[in-house]
Structures are given as structure tokens and as C-alpha cells.
Design a protein around this ligand. Structure first.
Ligand code: 3EB
Length: 329
């Protein structure tokens, strides 16, 4: 197997030459890493004090590294992982753009320029985190401002904003810059949508001037492999939030949505069907006090599948939980 995800790894046991990049989750300082590391500065609610997750390639695989307009990246063959952080205080918004909108635009414009320079046009999966995601500034929720900047950058980079768009998540944490991690590869994704939900890129404008740019899931194919990325999935049916105020029902609805996405992904899979128990998951919980309720519902449905629970704000203020997952075959 060429690309694999190591969850809960320790820095000392990691062969640095095999790590493409990864994630640190927790409120302490991130470890010093020689590879691109996205720091998600928020408590891990279950599964340890802090968490280190890494994408690794086999011993002896080629490895190149670089930094391009503030994007830290590593590349092995045709797989590239990168991280870019942009503080809103450090951007100079163009007229009519808010600092968050500008920061999102710049992050994505830099990613697209790097990928163009590296000859790897295809974004597979994005991890977006920002402070105060539900806060309002200039009369518009900050997540909606983020969507405007992201969408503008996709268009400026001559990428489609509908259809074949990457899998993603977008969550809020207490503080810090806008941070975006990404995995890119040599082939287009196979997009997967959810028949229970309106595609996010087609959400009506009551959710903001620009619809979010992500697929419900993406199948990707490194040489000899199939990876399924299920995007952040919440209690949305059609385009509307369901079960506001009821965290158990929201968790169950999110899992119903993931099951529906897996059924669609199974139709397009090269490696066989996907069942709920086949994936590894990360669950984002808005209120720490809801952890036990979320865990109970998840355990009923997912059994022993690995789930990490993280404190984070979901991108609509009425959403209490969001769950994402991946399967690497
Ligand atoms: C939703 O379904 C919930 O803006 O990149 C999930 C996954 C959500 C990704 C994004 C947002 C994003 O609309 C929110």
C-alpha cells in the first residue's frame, strides 16, 4: 500500500523521511516537525489529550519538499500534501472584500499556483479551519465570507465550482489564523453526492452569496489504491438543518447521511462496497457537554470503528455536530 494514514502517532516513532504531512490537534504547542503540519488548536474530547495524524508513504519512496508563497508542502511521486496559514490581520483586502474573504481567496490562490507549478492540478481533499466561524462581521457570517473568497479563487484559478470539486470540511476553532491543509494528486476525483441532500455547491443563496465548494465525498486513486474521503457531514436534509437543539437526533441524521453517501460511493467504487464500519472518523462536537450523547449514538451505529472526538464549531450556528471519515484501501 503506498499512501497510508497513521492516526495517533508519536513524533519520535515516525520516520521523518516517510511523512508527507499531517495534523496536530490539541491546545498545547504543536511538535516541531520537518514536514507540513496543520495545527488544529482545539481540545481533543475523546481519544487522548492531543493527537498527531500523518499521511505516510513507504520506506524508500521519493520525497521532495518545499515552501511556495507560504505553502509548506511535501511531494512523493505524484502525491502532494500541503498546509497554508493566513492571518486576516496580515492581508490587505481588495475593495469590497472583508479580511476573511481576502484571506480565503489568498489561501486558495496560493494553493492553485503551487499545484500549477508542480503540474498536479487535481485537489482531492481540503481541511479548512478558522476562528469564530459563526461570528458576523460587516453583516455577513464569517463562514459565508470564507465561501466567497474560496469560490472566487476557484474561478480565478480556472477551476469548476460545481460537479467535480474536492471533498472538504470547514470548522471553527477558538483562535488562530485561517489554516487550510490539502492533498492533491495526478488524477481527477470521482465525485460522490448524497441523494438526501442538495449538493452544497447548489445551496440556495439564503445560506450566503456564494455556495460552498465541496463534494459530499471523493474517491481518489493513488497508484494501486482507492481512497474514499467523506466530507464533513451534518444534520442537513435537502438544504435545511433538521433537529435544531437535539444533538442525539442530529448525530443520527448525520450518520444516515454518511450511510447514504457510502451507498453512492459503493456504486462508483473500484475496490468494493463501503459500509459504515469500514471507515475511520473524526467527529466535531460544538459543546463539550454533548460528548457523551454523541458517543452513545455513534457507538450504536458505528460499533468499533475508530472515532476521534474534537471540540469545534460547525459552520451553521444551529448545527451541533459534524462527522467526516475516510477509508484507505
Ligand atoms: C454542510 O453540509 C455542512 O464549506 O467546505 C461540510 C463540509 C460543511 C465542508 C465546506 C462545509 C464544508 O453544509 C458544512
Amino acid at each position: 500500500m503506498s499512501l497510508s494514514l497513521l492516526t495517533s502517532c508519536s513524533l519520535s516513532s515516525l520516520p521523518a523521511g516517510r511523512v508527507l504531512g499531517g495534523f496536530h490537534v490539541g491546545t498545547g504547542s504543536p511538535p516541531p516537525a520537518a514536514w507540513p503540519l496543520q495545527n488544529l488548536s482545539t481540545p481533543v474530547l475523546h481519544g487522548g489529550e492531543a493527537l498527531l495524524e500523518c499521511w505516510v508513504v513507504p520506506e524508500g519512496a521519493p520525497m521532495q519538499a518545499g515552501a511556495h508563497e507560504g505553502v509548506a508542502w511535501r511531494r512523493s511521486g505524484d502525491l502532494l500534501f500541503g498546509v497554508v496559514d493566513v492571518a486576516e490581520a496580515g492581508v490587505l483586502p481588495e475593495p469590497g472584500r472583508s479580511p476573511m474573504q481576502q484571506a480565503a481567496f489568498e489561501v486558495y490562490a496560493r494553493i492553485f499556483r503551487l499545484l500549477d507549478a508542480e503540474g498536479l492540478p487535481h485537489l482531492w481533499r481540503l481541511w479548512n479551519y478558522m476562528a469564530d466561524i459563526n461570528g458576523e462581521a460587516d453583516g455577513l457570517e464569517r463562514y459565508r465570507q470564507f465561501n466567497m473568497g474560496r469560490g472566487d479563487a476557484f474561478e480565478a484559478g480556472a477551476r469548476s465550482v460545481v460537479g467535480r470539486v474536492p471533498a472538504a470540511c470547514a470548522l471553527g476553532v477558538a483562535s488562530g489564523p485561517l489554516t487550510v491543509a490539502f492533498l492533491a494528486g495526478p488524477t481527477p476525483i470521482v465525485p460522490v453526492e448524497n441523494p438526501r441532500q442538495v449538493s452544497a455547491f447548489l445551496y440556495p443563496d439564503r445560506y450566503g452569496p456564494r455556495s460552498p465548494t465541496f463534494s459530499r465525498a471523493a474517491l481518489v486513486h493513488p497508484p494501486g489504491q482507492e481512497i474514499l474521503f467523506v466530507s464533513g457531514t451534518a444534520s442537513i436534509v435537502g438544504h435545511e438543518t433538521v433537529h435544531p437543539g437535539d444533538v442525539r437526533a442530529q448525530t443520527a441524521e448525520s450518520l444516515d447521511n454518511i450511510a447514504a453517501v457510502l451507498a453512492q460511493a459503493s456504486l462508483k467504487s473500484r475496490s468494493g462496497a463501503f459500509a459504515l464500519g469500514d471507515l475511520g472518523y473524526r467527529a466535531y462536537v460544538r459543546h463539550a457537554a454533548d460528548l457523551d450523547a454523541v458517543r452513545e449514538v455513534v457507538a450504536q451505529r458505528l460499533g468499533d470503528a475508530p472515532v476521534t472526538y474534537v471540540l469545534a464549531d460547525v459552520c451553521r450556528s444551529d448545527l451541533l455536530v459534524e462527522i467526516e471519515g475516510q477509508s484507505v484501501r
